[in-house]
Design a protein around this ligand. Structure first.
Ligand code: UFG
Length: 342
């Protein structure tokens, strides 16, 4: 019998790509999303790619009754929790909004999972939990640093909620995936990143500049202690990232976990500077980008990249797409948006 995975925030950027990979791996998926940070583009794109419509529940995970009902209505074998706010700067300005939403939604989910007989829970965490590491690459053993933003705090706290629930309730198993910088789009160009307003993240800003929606990309800081003076990150392709979720879900459902709570870094292990990423984008897509150097962005980490060995060995997962393929897919997606008037 097919296993069912609940994907909270399944209409968003990462959730939509994960849904596609889950379906292609033979899972059933139930999508739940309150659409607070996306429209139906992601859901419609998924439907086109997989050739059918999936159950879609428009609901807020802060509504405990709605979460409870979800677990009554469906036999859920695993849940992947994406539904959260994610803008670092906004979280500094509006901490309560972030704490209420990101913490309550996950607590409601854990509560419902436990009261309905338990569940496998995959939490979408972030490299942000490492703060500014003393050195890179970081392993899962690298100590977490005190967070510089409420957003980062919510990631750390939700990891702790999961760890503590797993310890106390044998019917809950958990995996936290710590993503580095997810970029790119599905090769079909039917799903991708669709930020509302001015993009915070680098790649959507690049593609929007290339298409003419933005005048000029600002590269935040070129006087960092790095080879070319710009920050170093580990950019992970969104489809590769999505596949890591399938590996993690299978590991939980198939009873292959070594501990009942596990953490994996999901990155390539290769650092790339902002400047290198910009020039790679120009080269692979055969265009010139209008960019300038600007002041450092407050709160930016100088350099961080993953040691993905644990995920490679334990999940049997490895980043496969080249940065060129990924940046070409990001550009194809931006052009698809322009063609469809978005
Ligand atoms: N950058 C620019 N110009 C831009 C946007 C970004 O130069 O217009 C630079 C940033 O300064 C940084 C790099 O591009 O050096 C990557 O920035 P992103 O905003 O794309 O990604 P971050 O590494 O800042 O953010 C990521 C995740 C967050 C997470 C954060 C923690 O997207 O969810 O890591 O460090 F919180």
């Amino acid at each position: 019998m097919k296993k069912t995975v609940l994907v909270s925030g399944g209409a968003g950027f990462i959730g939509s790509h994960v849904t596609v990979e889950l379906i292609s791996a033979g899972y059933d998926v139930v999508i739940a999303d309150n659409m607070s940070n996306c429209d139906m583009t992601g859901y419609e794109g998924v439907s086109k790619i997989i050739g059918r419509e999936l159950p879609f529940i428009r609901m807020d995970f802060c509504d405990s009754q709605a979460v409870d009902k979800l677990f009554s209505d469906y036999r859920i074998d695993a849940v992947i929790h994406f539904a959260a706010f994610k803008a670092v700067g906004e979280s500094v300005a509006e901490p309560l909004k972030y704490y209420k939403n990101n913490l309550m939604s996950f607590l409601n989910l854990l509560d419902a999972a436990h009261s309905h007989g338990g569940c496998n829970v995959l939490f979408s965490s972030s490299a942000t939990v490492y703060g500014e590491p003393d050195q890179s690459p970081v392993t899962e053993q690298t100590p977490r640093q005190p967070s510089t933003s409420p957003y980062g705090n919510t990631k750390q706290m939700c990891e702790d909620f999961l760890r503590d629930c797993v310890k106390a309730y044998p019917d809950i198993k958990g995996i936290a995936l710590r993503y580095f910088n997810p970029i790119g789009a599905h090769p079909s160009a039917l799903i991708g990143e669709l930020p509302r307003g001015v993009p915070n993240n680098l790649v959507p800003f690049i593609t929007q500049t290339a298409i003419g929606k933005r005048e000029c990309l600002s590269i935040f800081g070129n006087d960092y202690p790095t080879p070319d003076g710009t920050c170093l990150r580990d950019y992970i392709d969104i489809v590769d990232l999505a596949k890591a979720h399938v590996c993690a879900v299978s590991r939980m459902i198939d009873g292959k976990m070594k501990e009942n709570y596990e953490i994996f870094n999901i990155g390539t292990g290769r650092p790339l500077s902002v400047y290198e990423l910009v020039t790679a984008f120009e080269k692979v897509n055969g265009l010139k980008l209008n960019y300038k150097y600007a002041d450092r962005r407050p709160g930016d980490v100088v350099a961080i990249w993953a040691d993905p060995t644990l995920a490679n060995e334990e999940l049997g997962w490895k980043a496969e797409r080249s940065i060129e393929e990924t940046l070409a897919s990001a550009w194809a997606w931006e052009k698809h948006l322009a063609e469809t008037g978005k």
